[in-house]
Design a protein around this ligand. Structure first.
Ligand SMILES: [Zn+2]
Length: 303
């Protein structure tokens, strides 16, 4: 039986993050389904299919991860390795505004690669959690599992130390990506009996979630999908959150970066090139700054 805590639901199955709670089980869940925001991330770049698929999985996983943020801030998940893809990075904030990029070092090899290992080689997943107020936190796990979903599951095991499982899907023809997560919410008196019951509930839900089929997660709305998976359980579905593509770069942020440079260095570039050009690595927008705009800063800092 599916309960809903809100009367207003978006009718779109795309670009939405849903959170829910298994009422009698101390387990929470998340479901993310993306298309337009994913297409915005891959459209400006000429990535091979295998890279598009993995970047999509990384995007879905980063959405699931940012949904766990309990403060305003953002999370960057970077995959780094010695394979044909040098790195892959997705950044998202508590408003579910996402951006992402892949850096390919060998296009031919990347096109032929199929698995996470073949694409990234030996490497790590680096997760940087940056609150708007306060110190950033970084976690690193090796990319030593066969799939990205398993690497994320491993990350949660290590960092949160509570049973968590992640499922990721991406489809190049449909240009859709999706993901799901379930996580145990430790509760009760902490007795071994209680813990054993919670563990067994979690495993039961993990088995049910394992039966998700790609065509279902890409076509069914959250309510229908949760009913299909957990119709014997009591699930409370919270208000969905819209996920969007938003780079977040701006002329002001670039200018702020320039003011961190040595004034003499800025002047040298201006003399040589007539301007300072900065290109956003995520969306490839180029911001140009000319001597006139930088005058106050270069002359002021001289004294
Ligand atoms: Zn940008």
């Amino acid at each position: 039986m599916l309960q809903t805590n809100t009367s207003e639901f978006t009718n779109s199955t795309t670009d939405v993050l849903n959170r829910y709670l298994f009422d009698n089980m101390h387990v929470r869940g998340e479901l993310v389904q993306l298309s337009t925001s994913y297409q915005s991330i891959i459209n400006n770049h000429n990535y091979p299919v295998s890279v598009r698929l993995l970047l999509g999985e990384l995007m879905a996983a980063t959405c699931l991860l940012t949904a766990t943020l309990k403060f305003e801030g953002d999370i960057t998940v970077q995959l780094q390795g010695n394979g044909p893809v040098g790195y892959m990075s997705v950044n998202g904030d508590n408003n579910q505004q996402m951006r992402g990029i892949a850096k390919i070092v060998d296009a031919e090899q990347a096109s032929a690669a199929q698995s996470l290992q073949e694409l990234l080689g030996k490497g790590n997943m680096i997760i940087t959690i940056k609150p708007n107020q306060g110190k950033p936190y970084q976690g690193i796990v090796a990319l030593d599992k066969p799939t990205l979903a398993q690497c994320f599951t491993h990350y949660f095991e290590v960092s949160a130390q509570i049973p968590t499982q992640v499922w990721l899907f991406s489809d190049d023809k449909k240009q859709q990506v999706a993901g799901s997560l379930i996580q145990l919410l430790p509760d009760g008196d902490g007795s071994s009996e209680n813990l054993a019951q919670q563990q067994s509930d979690f495993e039961h839900l993990a088995q049910l979630t394992n039966t998700i089929k790609a065509d279902e997660i890409f076509s069914l709305e959250a309510e229908a999908l949760l009913y299909r998976l957990y119709h014997q359980e009591k699930v409370s579905l919270f208000e969905p959150q819209v996920v969007s593509y938003q780079c977040g770069c701006s002329s002001d942020k670039c200018l702020a970066a320039i003011t961190q440079m040595e004034p003499s260095e800025v002047e040298a570039i201006l003399v040589e090139q007539g301007k300072i050009s900065m290109t956003c690595e995520y969306c490839l927008t180029t911001y140009d700054f000319f001597a006139e705009q930088l005058k106050s800063f270069t002359s002021k800092d001289k004294h």
